[in-house]
Design a protein around this ligand. Structure first.
Ligand code: FAD
Length: 343
């Protein structure tokens, strides 16, 4: 049985940042890059800033480190990992930022009828897409049912009192996985840092989540490209100007494993307990925050083209869906998404 793992984690972004060429810049532009959350981040700022590039990078790294310490399931001592390891049904204290993520996740979870479900962790791990990085093979139906018995948003409660925020579970084996939202959260943290510093011309990204505002070093609006859904990089499908909004793409074509000629994506349908099998290959969402966009893209990805489009229309979401057809790919977008397209 041949198993090949093709997890393009470091290149999971289906979105490209189109940078200004430094030679022709009319305003100073600072480009900062680094690693976080098992992927890369990028911060581009145009115009004059009051501190050095090194100082700004230190502040960025500190913010993203804090996010990892709070919500990474790849760090055994993060707040989230300690919550997952503790079988107790007692409320456990969590930081404010993590509570914000869970609140958003609960809402999008409800709105997608459970398609986006942050308690899906036992299934993600079972299928080999979690931190364990085991060599993957298709699990048995019995294993899938056992993992499914440990999931469900109704088993997770977010509590708040004058001492702070608390998270509570009533399933001892529950494993909360915030991987699908972490990049968007990271981007929003960077956007807030820019706001605190009075920086109004920036483009920030963490993995496949991006936000931008204002203009680049060439005095042109920042442009973000949605990639074509292939294993190859740098083929542009569409170009957008985010105007201060966040964008995120979920796709089934970059992070998967193959067994017996069949591809198994890292996006899991909580209803079947299995990776999605329909023909929707990517869902891109633009929303007021990158966290919101990052949550919706996975939920829509689970639903498949028809249900995703119907829900996006009902909710007035800015959504771009790419679907595999017999002779290639077809794309469909909502009118709200069209408003961001660069002509
Ligand atoms: P998205 O489409 O945004 O999300 C897919 C992921 O969401 C799946 O991989 C799964 O984890 C989860 N998921 C699947 N189905 C569902 C569903 N129905 N509902 C909800 N969630 C679902 N990776 C590393 O290799 N090393 C690291 O050190 C590392 N650290 C990380 C730290 C943090 C704080 C975070 C948030 C992630 C980290 N990752 C790490 C994971 C990785 O970089 C990506 O975030 C992850 O693979 C998902 O991002 P994506 O954009 O590829 O997929």
């Amino acid at each position: 049985m041949a198993n090949s793992i093709a997890k393009g984690l470091l290149l999971s972004a289906a979105i490209m940042l189109l940078a200004a060429c430094n030679d022709a810049n009319t305003r100073p532009q600072i480009d900062i890059e680094g690693k976080t959350m098992g992927t890369f981040y990028s911060v581009k700022v145009s115009g004059t800033i009051t501190e050095s590039k090194q100082q700004l990078q230190q502040e960025i790294d500190a913010l993203l480190e804090q996010a990892n310490d709070d919500i990474s399931t790849y760090r055994p001592d993060s707040v989230l990992s300690r919550f997952n390891q503790n079988p107790s049904a007692d409320p456990q204290p969590i930081p404010r930022g993590m509570a914000d993520i869970i609140l958003t996740a609960q809402r999008i979870g409800r709105d997608t009828g459970g398609a986006m479900d942050i308690t899906v962790g036992p299934l993600v791990n079972l299928w080999g897409f979690g931190p364990d990085k085991r060599v993957v093979k298709v699990p048995s139906q019995q294993q899938i049912e056992a993992a499914r018995s440990q999931i469900g948003l109704q088993h997770l409660k977010l509590l708040s009192d004058n001492r702070g925020e608390w998270l509570q579970k009533d399933l001892p084996g529950m494993y909360v996985d915030l991987s699908t939202l972490g990049e968007g959260y990271g981007v929003d943290q960077l956007v807030q840092l820019m706001a605190r510093k009075g920086i109004t011309n920036y483009l920030v990204s963490v993995g496949g989540a991006v936000s931008s505002r204002g203009v680049n070093g060439q005095n042109q609006p920042w442009r973000v490209a949605i990639q074509k859904p292939t294993d190859r990089e740098n083929a542009v499908q569409a170009l957008v100007d985010l105007q201060g909004y966040g964008i995120s793409t979920a796709g089934s074509y970059r992070n998967y494993f193959e067994q017996d000629g069949q591809r198994y994506s890292h996006v899991i349908d909580p209803v079947t307990g299995r990776p999605i099998t329909h023909k929707l290959v990517s869902a891109t969402v633009i929303a007021p925050t990158a966290l919101e966009a990052d949550g919706w893209d996975t939920g829509l990805m689970v639903l498949g083209t028809e249900k995703a489009l119907k829900l996006a229309e009902e909710k007035g979401l800015a959504v771009y869906l790419i679907t595999k057809t017999d002779d290639g790919f077809s794309a469909v977008m909502t009118p709200q998404f069209k408003a961001f397209l660069v002509k």
